[in-house]
Design a binder for this molecule. Sequence first.
Ligand code: NAP
Length: 239
Amino acid sequence: MTTTKIALITGANKGIGKEIARQLGQLGMTVLVAARDAERGRAASAELTGDGIDARPVLLDVTDPDSVATAAKQVEQEHGRLDVLVNNAGIIDAGDQDGRAVADTFERTYATNVIGVMTVTRAMLPLLRKGAQARVVNLSSELGSVSLQSDPDGEFSGIRLYAYNSSKAALNMLTVMLAKELQPDGIAVNAVSPGYCATDMNDHEGYRTPAQGAADAVRVATADGPTGGFYGESGTLPW
Ligand SMILES: NC(=O)c1ccc[n+]([C@@H]2O[C@H](COP(=O)([O-])OP(=O)(O)OC[C@H]3O[C@@H](n4cnc5c(N)ncnc54)[C@H](OP(=O)(O)O)[C@@H]3O)[C@@H](O)[C@H]2O)c1
């Protein structure tokens, strides 16, 4: 069996996910560039390959269990294991505006940001168990921190994305629960906030680059250390 680490990143065709794939690839890992659109996935993978990275496209829509199962089968057949899973794919629904989110906005947001993460993680678990000290990183947000949202002086406490913020709070809880479940298997599960990065998600208004946000996720994905934590640029974040 090859000793090159295998990493799969969901939503890796653009934004922070593509930069996570680039940086893990620069560390010598084989990166599986998972994307829900085949052409966008191939284009991102080709760009990374052009930069000297061992990148391979994988078709994967986190909201479609059949797509996730097919992707897991592909990884099993081609690599036999997975060492790093980055649950990066996420959305802010167009209806999630200033406290006006209604049911379908919650449903779409949770389908991707919460249920999608569980579907992918469960499907990849047999492969992660065959990995070397496997790591799962969930892309969360300071907007999902109940503590920071409760602070009236907090930087993001005025941002009322009801569906998105609560989806990331749910993701934080799932991170802790999965970390406990998988500790006996030696699999670390952590949440990372990349900070406010300029991507399509916020019409490029963020003040960090996607590469800076990606670096926080990569640090946790490659750490020897802890499990069940929430991390950002400056270290541990409050739940
Ligand atoms: N940007 C920030 O300031 C910020 C801050 C905190 C947390 N985050 C988190 O960081 C992660 C990446 O965000 P980003 O800013 O890079 O956003 P982005 O540029 O909008 O990229 C989101 C990625 O997720 C993919 N995606 C969406 N739904 C999917 C699905 N059902 N299946 C598979 N892939 C799907 C998108 O694919 P398509 O191209 O096909 O749409 C895209 O590749 C998200 O989880 C986000 O919540 C971002």
